[in-house]
Every structure is written in structure tokens, then in C-alpha cells.
Design a protein around this ligand. Structure first.
Ligand SMILES: [Zn+2]
Length: 85
């Protein structure tokens, strides 16, 4: 039998370009993340903040685990503009 047709996987698909660790995915502003600033995560504002569930739900899936919210968006105190679809 012949074969060996290994599927060409693309490990570095760059679909998530534009997601920056230091940028809030909701408002595009600085999220003031301590980890993004190369500081100890224990010193990040998010350790003491309550993150609004609605804010978490609003994070684009591409940004999950990649970028933190900013303090205002996390508390849902900033006016958010719905994404123009
Ligand atoms: Zn924000």
C-alpha cells in the first residue's frame, strides 16, 4: 500500500493578528494588565476587581486567553458600542 499523505496542518494560522495582550478587546484601550507590562500578575488590578459576567461574555472568542479587559470594561462602567456587523 502506498500512502503517507500527511495532512499539512498550519500551526501558525495568523487569524488572530491584531489581538494584543495589552489592549482591551472591547474598547481598544490599554487594559493596564500587569502581565502584559511584564510585571507580576499578582499586582494586576484584575486580582482585586470583580469582572462583570456581561463583560466576559462580550469578549470576542479570538481574544479569549489572549487579551485582558480594561478596568472600565471589566466593570461595565464604560459605554460600549455594539460592533458594526
Ligand atoms: Zn476596555
Amino acid at each position: 500500500m502506498r500512502g503517507g499523505d500527511v495532512a499539512a496542518a498550519a500551526p501558525h494560522a495568523d487569524e488572530q493578528a491584531g489581538i494584543e495582550a495589552g489592549i482591551c478587546p472591547l474598547c481598544g484601550g490599554s487594559n493596564q494588565c500587569a502581565m502584559a507590562a511584564q510585571q507580576a500578575a499578582s499586582g494586576c488590578w484584575c486580582m482585586q476587581a470583580d469582572i462583570a459576567p456581561a463583560a466576559l461574555a462580550a469578549i470576542p472568542s479570538a481574544a479569549l486567553d489572549r487579551a485582558c479587559l480594561c478596568p472600565r470594561c471589566a466593570a461595565m462602567t464604560a459605554p460600549t458600542t455594539p460592533p458594526a456587523a
